[in-house]
Design a protein around this ligand. Structure first.
Ligand code: ATP
Ligand code: MG
Length: 257
């Protein structure tokens, strides 16, 4: 497979829940190194799309190929192992444990040594991985803090750091900036995007904040009622008539998160 082949190829994806159509006619190719912003009002199908790519949800119909290999039908664990990782709309960290302990669990899982995770903290290789990820995500100062004591921005950095220790080639993030203050959001995204770029990770992230979309993505996929209604660069997308009507116009009704 040439290096110019898409890293992700989605064909004729359909997902229905009874009468609800959560995904329909989704056809999209993602190239290596792209940073793709997924936008859409509540219920547009953004999370369902992320869940299908990562194996948390089985499509009703369609195909999703990663580096030429079919993902549909594979277990989540196999998909993660093949090089796709994700974070969730609500952080999935252990709140009573420290930052370092949480990361060590992810590192142990990524190294297939999940059992006895904490004792493995003493091996030099795992410690080195821990130090590297703490440095890359600017978490050193919080190393021994309990997660429940962290600011939301730091907690979300940890969440993403935990998702990248398996060294994914694609990372999907579901609303990385939700719950982060206006003052913190750009610093947070700078850390995340710099780290992912350095590691050459292709990124797809769901985002409600159009300032973040405008600043960090190279391409926008706009969802409306399960369909992609716009696939274009951010500047064009944000001034697109359909996007303004069916995405940005609907944001006024957004629930508090
Ligand atoms: N497990 C499920 N069973 C039934 N319907 C579902 C299920 N999951 C999602 N849906 C429906 O599918 C549609 C798309 O949901 P999805 O969670 O993908 O939206 P979203 O774009 O992520 O919205 P939000 O911005 O609120 O997170 C919605 O109508 C939702 O109610
Ligand atoms: Mg969602």
């Amino acid at each position: 497979m040439g290096n110019n082949a898409p890293i992700l190829e989605v064909r004729d994806l359909l997902k229905t829940f009874g009468a609800v159509v959560a995904a329909k006619d989704i056809n999209v190719d993602i190239s290596r190194g792209e940073v793709v912003g997924i936008i859409g009002a509540n219920g547009a199908g953004k999370t369902c799309f992320v869940n299908m790519v990562t194996g948390y949800l089985a499509p009703t119909e369609g195909s999703i190929k990663f580096e030429g290999k079919e993902l549909v039908g594979l277990e989540t664990r196999k998909i993660t192992h093949s090089g796709i990782s994700r974070s969730f709309q609500v952080s999935q960290v252990f709140h009573s444990m420290t930052v370092a302990e949480n990361l060590m669990i992810s590192i142990a899982i990524a190294n297939n040594t999940a059992f006895d995770a904490l004792r493995l903290m003493d091996t030099p290789e795992l410690r080195q991985q821990l130090d590297a990820v703490l440095a890359r995500y600017k978490l050193e100062a919080h190393r021994d803090s309990t997660v429940s004591a962290l600011a939301q921005g730091v907690r979300k950095l940890l969440d993403i750091a935990m998702a990248v220790v398996s060294r994914p080639r694609i990372l999907l993030l579901d609303e990385p900036t939700s719950g982060i203050s206006v003052e913190e959001k750009f610093d947070f995204m700078d850390i995340v995007m710099d780290a992912l770029k350095e590691d050459g990770v292709t990124v797809l992230f769901v985002e409600h904040d159009m300032e973040i979309v405008a600043r960090y993505v190279s391409r926008v996929l706009a969802f409306y009622q399960g369909e992609i209604i716009a696939d274009m660069p951010p500047k064009k997308a944000l001034s697109d008539k359909k996007v303004q009507e069916f995405v940005i116009g609907k944001e006024h009704h957004k629930r508090k998160k």
